[in-house]
Design a binder for this molecule. Structure first.
Ligand SMILES: Nc1nc2c(ncn2[C@@H]2O[C@H](COP(=O)(O)OP(=O)(O)O)[C@@H](O)[C@H]2O)c(=O)[nH]1
Ligand SMILES: [Mg+2]
Length: 549
């Protein structure tokens, strides 16, 4: 009932694969999609993925750097898959331990992994066991929760659900306790080099459970590794070649998550990122002199850079030239909530395009906010005075297309694009009214504007100041565009303009939240209120600001 199973190395070499009987479709597409949109984008916190009609489940083997992927029809509920993928992993590792230990792509390529028989045996065992279990029968009274209750507790008393409530609270507490003990570093205290250094500074390390570390030397060691305390003051000095477990990493991950949130990364995303890092590291063998904290830190840093690295080429100037050669204007639409800097950054981008020798038509499609049209007219005048028509063959380099207030924005955009085509403008920049992501009628209107005009680029403008809100905005803008699209390949947000970057100090987390949610690049960063305050994103600088304690 499986469509396929494949085992490949993280370097991309397929070691072995299986295709289910009667399955004719190639599974390259789904596996590539999994690699592209999950594994390469640090979304591996979750171990399943769907693509078309298929469900894919995967497991990372970090010790041998392998990925195991199984695919089956989404409509099937295969309860045995999780265990099965584990079993296959263990068997494969057992059988080919020696081969896998000889690292190096060529060696892997030269080996043939005759795994067919083992796989078939495991598969039939798994399928049989799931059949044997069959649909779960009804529980007997003794097995049910009710049998555990006393009669008294089942009698409803006047005055409401006090008993229930108390029960509920108790449960909550019990849960909490369970959690606490999970995150508490257990039994690792002895694994430190006790070199008896002297403590120089207090550490930002507090054991949430109130069990202060009895071992002073351990704290000293921490101080030596990370004299600043702070985030990586958690370091437990675990040294030696051992493979990482989730438990080892838990305290460090917890601190990292808090650190990312403090840097303005949305809370959900911080947890997903930490989960993904944990998945990537679980089972990995550490080098002799590396510590859990430094390993996790490095992995997180790599993941952050990976997220910020654009997944596709964004080269507006080249695209404009291409449109030019097709004798049509290149159209960019700006959208976002109120006051984030859409109009201001649209003007900066106009300036940048003009400096690069293009002509720009600004379409004033914010027909809602008083003063919006005048604001753009002021920019148009200023830009034209910076690049006077005399220097450009008597032709103004930037013009405003406006129809006043209260009109249909989609219609104005369409007229503006037609006008630009007739007048041979190179670029049309469409300003739109700000709208809250929850305002359904306005979101529908924006989706219509985009669906009707099919701009070449849809830029979402967002402030670098936002934290959790960034996720909500982006998810809902994208959702509205998808819901109201008229084609089966909806136009979604293609890029992000991150504004007010000059006001956030090192709280640069919004950059991560926004790229993580959309998978789209940050095309421009606004760093002030003059025309020159437009930058591209430097992923490494952002990540180093993020990691700074
Ligand atoms: N410091 C700073 N302020 C900005 C930046 N971009 C826009 N602003 C300011 O944000 C305010 C709102 O900008 P506006 O373009 O009218 O926002 P819109 O409602 O999205 O069109 C204005 O006062 C801008 O000067 C930026 O990158 N840095
Ligand atoms: Mg505006």
């Amino acid at each position: 009932m499986l469509d396929f199973f494949t085992i490949f190395s993280k370097g991309g070499i397929v070691l072995w694969c299986f295709q289910g009987a009667g399955v004719t479709e190639s599974f390259t597409g789904p596996v590539n999609a999994l690699i592209r949109s999950v594994i390469l984008q640090e979304r591996s916190g979750n171990s399943s993925f769907s693509h078309g009609g298929l469900s894919l489940k995967y497991k990372l083997d970090n010790e041998f750097e392998l990925i195991f992927v199984v695919g089956f029809q989404k409509i099937l509920t295969l309860t045995y898959v999780d265990k099965f993928i584990n079993d296959v992993q263990l068997r494969f590792r057992d059988r080919y331990k020696n081969e896998l230990e000889q690292k190096g792509a060529l060696k892997l390529l030269n080996n043939s992994f005759e795994f067919e028989n083992d796989f078939k045996v495991l598969l039939s065992v798994a399928e049989e066991s799931s059949k044997a279990r069959g649909p779960a029968g009804m529980r007997t009274f003794e097995q049910s929760g009710k049998s555990q209750k006393t009669v008294k507790s089942m009698i409803e008393t006047k005055g409401g659900d006090k008993g229930k409530e108390q029960g509920g609270k108790k449960n909550k507490n019990a849960k909490k306790e369970g959690k606490c003990s999970l995150s508490k570093p257990k039994g690792k205290q002895n694994r430190v080099w006790n070199n008896g250094g002297s403590s120089t500074r207090d550490l930002d390390y507090s054991d949430k459970n109130g069990n202060g570390s009895p071992n002073g030397a351990e704290q000293n060691l921490e101080a030596q590794f990370d004299p600043g305390g702070g985030l990586f003051g958690m370091l437990k000095g675990l040294v030696g070649s051992k493979s990482l477990t989730r438990e080892d990493m838990e305290p460090v991950l917890e601190k990292m998550k808090d650190h990312l949130i403090a840097k303005n990364v949305a809370a959900d995303i911080a947890s997903q990122l930490c989960d993904s890092v944990a998945k990537k590291l679980e089972g990995k063998v550490m080098g002799t002199f590396t510590t859990v904290a430094s390993t996790v830190k490095q992995a997180l840093q790599d993941s952050l850079v990976q997220i910020l690295q654009p997944k596709r080429r964004v080269d507006i100037l080249r695209d404009v030239m291409e449109a030019q050669s097709q004798r049509r204007p290149f159209v960019i639409t700006f959208c976002g909530v109120n006051g984030v800097g859409k109009s201001t950054n649209l003007a900066k981008i106009s300036f940048w395009l003009i400096e690069n020798g293009f002509t720009v038509l600004i379409a004033a499609c914010d027909t809602f906010r008083a003063g919006a049209v005048e604001q753009l007219r002021t920019h148009q005048r200023r830009l034209n005075s910076l690049h006077p028509p005399e220097k450009h063959g008597g032709r103004p380099v930037v013009q405003l297309y406006e129809k006043g207030y209260g009109k249909d924005a989609a219609g104005i955009a369409m007229e503006a694009i037609a006008y630009a085509r007739n007048q041979a403008f190179d670029v049309v920049l469409v300003d739109t009214a700000g709208r809250m992501q929850d305002n359904a009628p306005l979101m529908t209107a924006l989706a219509k504007l985009i669906a009707v005009n099919m701009p070449d680029l849809v830029l979402f403008v967002g402030e670098a100041l936002v934290g959790n809100e960034a996720v909500d905005q982006l998810v809902k803008f994208n959702q509205a565009l998808a819901d109201h699209s008229m084609s089966d390949k909806p136009r979604l947000i293609d890029g992000i303009v991150l504004t007010k970057f000059d006001t956030i100090d090192d709280k640069v987390g919004a950059a991560i939240s926004m790229t993580y949610i959309t998978g789209q690049p940050i095309v421009f960063v606004g760093t002030g209120q003059t025309y020159n305050d437009l930058r591209s994103l430097n992923a490494r600088a952002v990540v180093s600001a993020l990691m700074k304690a």
